[in-house]
Design a protein around this ligand. Structure first.
Ligand SMILES: [Zn+2]
Length: 191
């Protein structure tokens, strides 16, 4: 059975389970109001809980006509326990979605070929992943989502149910809570 979805801003498709959180995250990104984004549950995402990516079918239709997916893993199996969106506090989910929207802001600036190379390098280069993830967090903080991003980060790092290998991956590839605080302060003083 297909999940119930809500249409928002005439161009966002959002599953009902996360529509409240997605709308709050979107409210921090007014420049995405005209952009088509489909939030969709997916059985399994390689090594992550959410993933933003351009739709390949209209990648070459020009920057303003492209659309994007935010995939959300319907189940994350960690040490024999299933972990779903229902186990995640609302604010943490908002931060997670805000991070993915940060990726979309980043993708919007890139050409179609640029995005293809970006995707290839994401698979092949760990340094490239670090830069891409830093960029997404930076956009989210810049858009005023610093507190949410911090909650998400702390949730992942302090959550006992998550495996050590997953936490280590997060520590290696993503900004630390301390680095996020530095970013938040930088943007606060720049205002
Ligand atoms: Zn990311």
């Amino acid at each position: 059975m297909a999940p119930e979805v809500e249409i928002y801003q005439q161009n966002k498709i959002i599953p009902k389970e996360i529509s409240k959180e997605a709308k709050i995250a979107l409210s921090y990104y007014p420049e995405l109001s005209k952009i088509k984004i489909e939030f969709r549950f997916k059985e399994k995402i390689r090594k992550s809980f959410m993933q933003a990516q351009p739709k390949f079918t209209n990648l070459f239709h020009g920057k303003d006509n492209r659309s994007y997916y935010v995939f959300i893993s319907s189940k994350v199996r960690i040490e024999d326990e299933d972990f779903t969106v229902d186990d995640i506090p609302s604010d943490v989910l908002i931060g997670w979605l805000g991070h993915e929207l940060g990726h979309i802001v980043d993708y919007r600036e890139r050409s179609a070929f640029g995005l293809i190379f970006f995707g290839l390098r994401y698979v092949t280069s760990e340094n490239h992943i670090i830069n891409a993830e830093k960029m997404a967090d930076t956009y989210a903080v810049e858009h005023g989502m610093g507190d949410y991003i911090l909650k998400t980060k702390n949730f992942i790092l302090n959550h006992s149910k998550l495996s050590e290998s997953y936490k280590n991956r997060i520590k290696r590839l993503y900004l630390s809570p301390e680095e996020i605080v530095v970013l938040v302060n930088e943007f606060d003083t720049a205002k």
